[in-house]
Structures are given as C-alpha cells and as structure tokens.
Design a protein around this ligand. Structure first.
Ligand SMILES: Nc1nc2c(ncn2[C@@H]2O[C@H](COP(=O)(O)OP(=O)(O)O)[C@@H](O)[C@H]2O)c(=O)[nH]1
Ligand SMILES: [Mg+2]
Ligand SMILES: [Zn+2]
Length: 383
C-alpha cells in the first residue's frame, strides 16, 4: 500500500480489545483520550448519511469498505469521521477534488477508495489572481446567510451569498445578528423581503444562547448547516452560542474546538448535540462568483421574468425600445440598485467562468503536449 494513503486514528469511538494498540501510532491532534461510545448505524445518519449515498455503493461489498465523512480540511490531511472512528487521511494528488462535507469510501485498512457524488456543492473562484475554482463545502442542506443589523448591512453582499446558495441548491436562511443593538429590526427585514419575498429570516443576539435557540430548528440530526457572511458579522459568536448552549447539556462535544486548533485552518464541521453539523467558513473575505448563471437567475427572478417581456430577445435593458426592465425602473416597480447588482454579478460570473474554461483548455493542451513529448522520447529510446 502506498505509504501516503495510510491513515492514523486520532481517537476510536468503539469499545474493542484492539483500541489500545491503535493509539500507538496515532497522530493525536488534541491529545484527547479514547471516547467510549456504542457503535451504531445511527452515527452515520447523524453525519448526514442518506439513501442518495447508499444507492451509490449498492454494488459494493459492504464488508470490505467503510464510509467516512470529511469533517475538516487541513493543508496536508483530512479529518474524517466514520461510524466508529475519528481518523486522518493524508492528501495525495491521486485523489479527486475533496472538500469538507464530502463522503468518502475507504478500504478495510482505511486507505482512500473513492469519493461519493454530492447532494450539493459550494464553490467560488479562488481569491486573488489565481485562476482556479475553490471548493468551499459539499453536502450542505441549509446556509445561514449572516448579516449584522447595523451600518454594515448590505443588500448587494446578501445577494452575492444568496446567488451562491441558489447555485448550490441549498436552502438559505437569513440570520440577522446584533439585534440587541438595533432599534428597529423591521427596516432590515423589509429590505430582505424586498429581494426575496418568501425568505426565512431570524433576528438574534448572537452573544446570547437563549436568543439563538430558534436556529436549532435548522440543525436537527443529520442536517448540515453552513454559516456564511462577511467578517465581523458574528459568525464565530453565533457558532459558539449554538455549540455552547449544547455543551451546557452535555460535555462530550467540548474538546474538539475549545483549543483553537481549528482557528487557522479554515473549514470545519462541528457536531452539535442535537445531531446537526455546523460548518464554519472563515476566510471568505473575497467571494468571487464563477459558474453561477443559474444562481443569478434564481436570485433575480423578477428581472428575468421582466426581461422575457422585452420587445427584443437580446435586449440589454439600456435604451432599447420596448424594454420591460427599463419600464419597471421608470414606474418604480424595480429599483436601480437591484438591476445594477444583477448585472454586476452576471458579468462577474461570466468573466470568471470564461477565464476558468480558458485555463482548463490550456492545462489540457499542456498535458497533451507533455504526453506527446514523453511518447516521442519513449519511441526514440525504443529504437
Ligand atoms: N452586541 C452584539 N455583538 C455581537 C453580536 N454578534 C457578534 N458580536 C460581536 O461582533 C464582533 C465580531 O464577531 P465575530 O463572531 O468575531 O464575527 P465573524 O468575523 O463573523 O466571526 C465580536 O466582538 C462579537 O462579540 C450580537 O449579536 N450582538
Ligand atoms: Mg469568525
Ligand atoms: Zn430590456
């Protein structure tokens, strides 16, 4: 077996005679001791396992394989959770793209076998000048789009997150924080309903555990919730309150996060006592959209339907005669901020999609060229 495919058990959750030996070569991250817990099928369900994944392995010999959820992505390794173990899996370049929330199939010896198809996938263009898609999270059910109820509240930004959620096919919930510092939350709620009439909106004081109770509804067993929003809106505070209010009832989810070992590494799934999984997504300072045309269309439904009524099929909604979008602007049915935001996101995702496609084509050509050079060299050697 490839050395790099070896796993290390961090802690075993089963009571078995061999548990003590598994600790000898363990890569203990938090130094925590073995947690004793009954092995149960329930634990896979709690991690979000469902028929969609089971169907994909129907042909496989279940006795030879194990299923593992990617709980965290570090620079060189993944943190995995199976129904019985917590373990790490070193990242190799033979693996397909894998992100937090993914389900993996492992061999009996815990080496990587393959990755299962996803229910949903969040991705963006990698930040900076890198022409690359960056995966954010897979198999998410709900996204908390977090904004604070103050001067930072920004509809354009909210529409950006909403586009990402719509593209991924994930249910958005608008979580408005710092309600304790806000005199009139209705002003903000009205603005969100203005862009998304059926929106689910929760106003909270993220610092207070009682105040975030309503959010537990979305975090029931087997449900995965991603928390997104700009820096400073209260995502970490919210997550701490959600985890904290759980750990008051029980003490067994304490270790994972209290030592700050996740703080620099980015995306981590936190297990709540309620059975839900909560995904922290720090480092989203720059959220550039790519491959999001459908997401944009879903986010700006009313503009899409207005555009269908324009006289010309290729109307740019500028000064064309018979433009239903311009008409809606004139009679106040559509605000110009909304149209500008739509056009900006549509243009941005188109540009990024194009440059990503160009990059992929270039990479393909380079690989082809590389192969042909290698083939040529081999032929020469053979002569
Ligand atoms: N008063 C009040 N302060 C909050 C609330 N949510 C977050 N904060 C504060 O806002 C600051 C930024 O919060 P943080 O969770 O670090 O934001 P993040 O960057 O989104 O993770 C911290 O000082 C928090 O204490 C809230 O609902 N009410
Ligand atoms: Mg934070
Ligand atoms: Zn038009």
């Amino acid at each position: 077996m490839n050395k790099h495919n070896r796993f290390s058990i961090i802690k075993s959750k089963t009571i078995s005679s061999s548990t003590s030996s598994s600790n000898s070569n363990s890569l203990s991250i938090d130094g925590s001791t073995v947690t004793h817990q009954e092995k149960s099928n329930d634990s896979l369900t709690r991690l979000g396992w469902r028929p969609f994944f089971a169907q994909q392995v129907a042909e496989e010999n279940i006795t030879e394989i194990q299923f593992a959820k990617v709980m965290a992505c570090h620079r060189n390794q993944f943190e995995l959770e199976t129904s019985t173990h917590t373990l790490t899996l070193p990242i190799t370049n033979q693996m397909p793209d894998i992100t937090v929330g993914d389900w993996l199939v492992l061999n009996d010896d815990h080496s990587f076998r393959h990755r299962l198809e996803r229910i949903s996938l969040f991705s963006r263009k990698a930040p900076g000048s890198k022409v690359q898609t960056q995966l954010i999270a897979a198999n998410v059910d709900t996204v908390f789009i977090v904004s604070s109820l103050n001067n930072d509240f920004n509809l354009n930004r909210i529409e950006r997150y909403l586009t990402l959620a719509n593209e991924a096919g994930v249910t958005p919930v608008f979580v408005l924080t710092k309600a304790d510092l806000c005199d009139d939350t209705r002003v903000y709620i009205k603005q969100i309903l203005g862009i998304s009439p059926l929106a689910m909106i929760e106003t909270v004081n993220a610092l207070a555990r009682e105040s975030v109770q309503s959010l537990h509804t979305y975090c029931s067993a087997g449900q995965t919730v991603a928390v997104m929003g700009s820096s400073g809106v209260g995502k970490s505070t919210l997550i701490n309150s959600l985890i904290g209010s759980q750990s008051q009832l029980t003490s067994d989810i304490r270790e994972d996060d209290s030592k700050g070992r996740h703080t620099t590494t980015g995306r981590t799934l936190h297990q709540l006592k309620s059975g839900g999984l909560l995904l922290d997504t720090p480092g989203m300072r720059e959220l550039q959209l790519a491959d999001c045309e459908q997401g944009v269309a879903d986010t700006f439904e009313e503009i899409i339907s207005l555009a269908r009524q324009c006289r010309f099929g290729d109307c740019h909604h500028q000064s064309e005669p018979g433009c239903a979008v311009q008409m809606a602007l004139t009679n106040g049915e559509l605000e110009s901020r909304r149209l500008t935001s739509y056009q900006k996101l549509l243009r941005e995702q188109a540009l990024n999609t194009a440059s990503l496609a160009q990059k992929r084509a270039k990479d393909r050509n380079r690989t082809k060229f590389h192969r042909s050079v290698q083939d040529g060299a081999r032929r020469l050697k053979g002569k």
